[in-house]
Design a binder for this molecule. Structure first.
Ligand SMILES: [Zn+2]
Length: 253
């Protein structure tokens, strides 16, 4: 219990014509085991043209945050990437909720409302806004069964309740990222809320898990899922003080 396995994680390709960067990283939560899938294709030219990593100024919502309970954090569990920490620098972060298809109107409405609740919870700490068009979204949230997970011997598969991944792109020479969160249709009610809250934490920059089950980013689903804890916010605040290549201008060589 509590073991977190991290494999080397990056998959980055460059399309020289479009100067478009694409990186995909997948993080899965299952019952107690975190696996980050991975392959690395290094590209020396690309590495040279990446913006050097610098911290952005702390968003006012996090600057204002003070933990009167001194609960500490689990920042040491947050992974950095070849691009640095996965922080947002343009606010509000745009979130798109895909209305589920193939279920009743009432069920679809309940799904949207449950996920929306978690967006509102996090928006206390980082400005988030709901957008109606997936094309302009920074974070897309879909009701969709994540692909089955292969065990290390590639024989056994198991269902995952959620899957969060990101890709990298450029716009006006800015190096940017966007996330996709898949929430399994098997998750409803309090399980759905817990999963959405947890995965949004990853998408906002907490790219790792807490060892304590009183935190929303605890590595496993628990029966009584916690709200966003002071430790979650303390961790988020530390993440936003870290260097990153994201949100900075890519130089032309
Ligand atoms: Zn997780």
């Amino acid at each position: 219990m509590g073991k977190i396995t991290l494999h080397p994680i990056f998959n980055i390709q460059e399309n020289l014509v479009l100067r478009r960067l694409l990186a995909v990283l997948t993080l899965a939560i299952g019952t107690g085991l975190l696996v980050i899938f991975a392959s690395l294709k290094s590209d020396a030219i690309l590495a040279k043209s990446l913006p050097s990593q610098q911290a952005h100024s702390l968003p006012p919502t996090l600057a204002q945050w003070q933990d009167s309970t001194n609960s500490g954090d689990y920042f040491s569990q947050v992974a950095t990437t070849e691009l640095g920490y996965l922080v947002w620098s343009q606010f509000p972060v745009r979130v798109y909720l895909a209305r589920p298809q193939g279920i009743s109107n009432q069920q679809a409405e309940a799904w949207v409302n449950d996920v929306l609740q978690t967006v509102q919870e996090w928006s206390i700490y980082l400005p988030l806004t709901i957008v109606e068009e997936p094309e302009v979204a920074d974070i897309k949230i879909l009701q969709k069964a994540p692909p089955l997970e292969l065990s290390p011997d590639k024989k056994i598969t198991r269902a995952r309740s959620a899957l969060t991944s990101y890709e990298i792109y450029t716009n006006n020479n800015l190096l940017l990222h966007r996330f996709t969160i898949l929430l399994s249709p098997s998750q409803t009610g309090s399980y759905l809320i817990a999963a959405a809250r947890h995965e949004l934490g990853h998408a906002l920059g907490i790219w790792g898990h807490s060892p304590l089950q009183t935190d929303a980013l605890y590595f496993s689903q628990v029966r009584n899922s916690p709200n966003i804890s002071p430790r979650d916010v303390n961790t988020l605040k530390r993440v936003y003080q870290q260097p990153t290549s994201l949100g900075w201008i890519i130089s032309n060589y």
